[in-house]
Design a protein around this ligand. Structure first.
Ligand code: ATP
Length: 219
């Protein structure tokens, strides 16, 4: 039997948006993964817990977004686990479930590389799975030297080889979506319709029914 190949994609997903979704699908197709698992994080060690939408909402939105898309699923393994979500623990959990033969791919956006040196046991993580990197607009040239504080040269080389060149480059961020919702601007097309409806129904991010289609005055 061929070994299972599984992609794991962690994030706050607050909210999940089409950037996440199109990248997740493209990476699954490109690498020929059996499954791509989106994993909303519980307490990200790098973000303040006060600014985070409660996990049940973030999970619900991720599930609505994915729907019945083949090969893509949502896992609550991190939000169920008490304490902060460490990627290395999640990889260990999937490794225990899938067995030694399975290939485990951890997907990050290229902007996340700058945070990698502060990840828990990152030197073990890069050995425990294959990290692949989707280029995010504005983050085309990572500063690999920053990783030297934690990783050996051969580990950095392996990471650099995990940069994927052909994934869609979509300049959408959850921060911008939250800001738009708070400003009363439409978030249509940035998130799947079912997610937009969920955000409005639950009044997340200060969203109100009937967001005006006004122009944001930035200047
Ligand atoms: P925020 O604006 O709140 O920081 P975000 O849009 O960056 O949110 P996260 O949930 O923090 O979304 O991201 C989860 C993972 O997805 C991270 O590895 C991030 O780099 C990646 N990611 C997010 N948006 C994109 C995008 N548009 N293209 C490629 N990767 C992305």
């Amino acid at each position: 039997m061929m070994a299972m190949r599984v992609g794991l994609y962690g994030g706050t997903f607050d909210p999940i948006h089409v950037g996440h979704l199109l990248v997740a699908r493209a990476v699954r197709e490109r690498l020929g993964l059996d499954r791509m698992v989106l994993i909303p994080t519980a307490q990200p060690p790098h973000k303040s817990p006060d600014d985070l939408t409660p996990a049940p909402h973030r999970l619900a939105m991720a599930r609505l977004a994915v729907g019945d898309e083949a090969g893509i699923e949502v896992s609550d393994c991190e939000t169920r686990r008490p304490g902060p979500s460490f990627t290395i623990d999640t990889v260990a959990q999937f490794r225990a479930d899938l067995g030694r033969q399975a290939e485990i791919v951890w997907l990050i956006g290229s902007d996340s590389l700058r945070e990698l040196p502060s990840w828990h046991r990152v030197e073990d993580l890069v050995d425990a799975c294959r990290i692949v990197i989707a280029i995010r607009p504005g983050w085309e040239s990572p500063d690999w030297m920053l990783l030297r504080t934690r990783l050996r040269a051969d580990q950095i080389e392996r990471l650099a080889a995990g940069m994927l060149s052909e994934t869609p480059r979509i300049d959408i961020s959850a921060t911008d979506i939250r800001r738009r919702a708070a400003d009363g601007l439409s978030i249509r097309w940035l998130v799947p319709e079912a997610v937009e409806r969920y955000i409005v129904e639950h009044g997340l991010y200060g969203a109100k029914k009937g967001a005006r289609s006004g122009v944001r005055s930035d200047g």
